[in-house]
Design a binder for this molecule. Structure first.
Ligand code: NOS
Ligand code: ZN
Length: 358
């Protein structure tokens, strides 16, 4: 059995975590007080509980409504810097050694900041967080465009402008049904011409067509969630040990080693999965898809990387070898340059596991 300490100490790699979904409840309270924003609760513990319960809605659309409050308190540079720094500190304290943290710059302009000022504020916050964290961590930004809005090209350009200043990729997020990735095809084509990296939230609240578009039309390097790829896999009800057949799309995703950024707890809340034990990650990992484990929104799910791993360990009987596989899968799939990925695998992840597995 793995202990809580081991779970926390194990070097973890996080590719899918929203900056505006990971604030400390106390920080939300303090920032809201500074700007006179009304919150549904006035006590930190109760507010944390409120976020989890409200996000526990069974629908992605209602889950996303809770972000109104976190986005509202992240409208000035000081607030954004603080949130960014605390995010990195919290991840490091949980044993995350490499993190790509995403947010939508276009959502932080209501008090007059420019897109560039938002990215700069996050950058400063991350630098501060890395310098003050209790353990070493590398934190990088992904810039998200909201899929129901029309600023994706602008945000893609912003990501390219800042590619050597802490931004390693691009993403689209928000309600999936009704807003297919091809709506933003110009942005994705631009990024490909620029040799830039991007991931797309797909196959979370909508099925295979969304995943197919993200990969075959848009050219996504990775899939945010991608849980519905399970719909292209046939397996007998007897469970994971029986005969399994992959459809063309599922086979493509596995053959090309397209990383799946899976977020188990978040999926339970939005209704994308019924329980951890029934979550497609079990079968997908078994079939050796390029599976990674992520938090999505730590505040809304009341979770952390070590908690997600603990839940999976309980449901699927995972141990250190599985966690090592998840960490290496994720590090291989990161958007930082290959030599930087390799350095973290060889000098941080592998040595820790070698020692722990002795
Ligand atoms: O799981 C998700 N699916 C789709 N969109 C999401 C998810 N989590 C957060 N966001 C959206 O991404 C924005 C930028 O971080 C958030 O404000 C939220 O609206
Ligand atoms: Zn997400």
């Amino acid at each position: 059995m793995i202990t809580q300490e081991q779970l926390r100490d194990a070097p973890k790699v996080l590719l899918h975590d929203h900056l505006d979904g990971g604030l400390r409840p106390e920080t939300v309270l303090e920032l809201a007080a500074e700007i006179g924003h009304d919150l549904p609760r006035t006590d930190a513990a109760e507010l944390g509980q409120w976020f989890v319960e409200s996000a526990d809605s069974g629908s992605l659309e209602r889950y996303l409504e809770t972000f109104d409050h976190t986005v509202a308190v992240m409208q000035n540079a000081e607030a954004i810097k603080r949130v960014a720094s605390e995010c990195v500190q919290d991840l490091a304290a949980d044993g995350v050694v490499y993190a790509e943290i995403r947010y939508a710059p276009e959502q932080h302009l209501t008090a007059g900041l420019s897109l560039e000022q938002v990215v700069d504020a996050v950058h400063e916050g991350f630098e501060h967080g890395m310098a003050t964290a209790e353990r070493p961590i590398v934190a990088r930004q992904l810039l998200t465009a909201m899929r129901h809005k029309a600023r994706s090209m602008e945000i893609a350009e912003l990501a390219v402008t800042y590619r050597d200043a802490g931004v390693v990729g691009f993403d689209i997020a928000g309600a999936e049904a009704g807003y297919p990735p091809t709506r933003h095809l110009d942005a994705f084509e631009y990024l490909q011409r620029e040799n830039a990296h991007f991931t797309i939230h797909a196959g979370e609240a909508f099925g295979l067509p969304s995943i197919w578009q993200a990969i075959q039309w848009c050219g996504a390097d990775r899939l945010g969630h991608g849980v519905r790829i399970i719909d292209d896999i046939t397996y007998d009800e007897a469970g994971l040990d029986g005969k399994v057949e992959l459809g063309r799309l599922a086979a493509y995703v596995r053959d090309r080693r397209i990383p799946l950024e899976m977020c188990p707890s978040s999926n339970l809340q939005t209704g994308a999965a019924d329980s951890i034990a029934e979550h497609p990650i079990g079968l997908l990992a078994k079939l050796k898809f390029r599976v990674t484990v992520n938090t999505d929104n730590r505040l809304m799910s009341g979770t952390s990387m070590s908690r997600e791993l603990a839940l999976l360990a309980e449901a699927f009987d995972y141990g250190l070898l599985d966690f090592r596989w998840f960490a290496i899968n994720a590090m291989k799939s990161a958007f930082v340059p290959f030599d930087e990925r390799l350095a973290i695998i060889d000098t941080v992840i592998k040595p820790w596991y070698a020692e722990a597995l002795r």
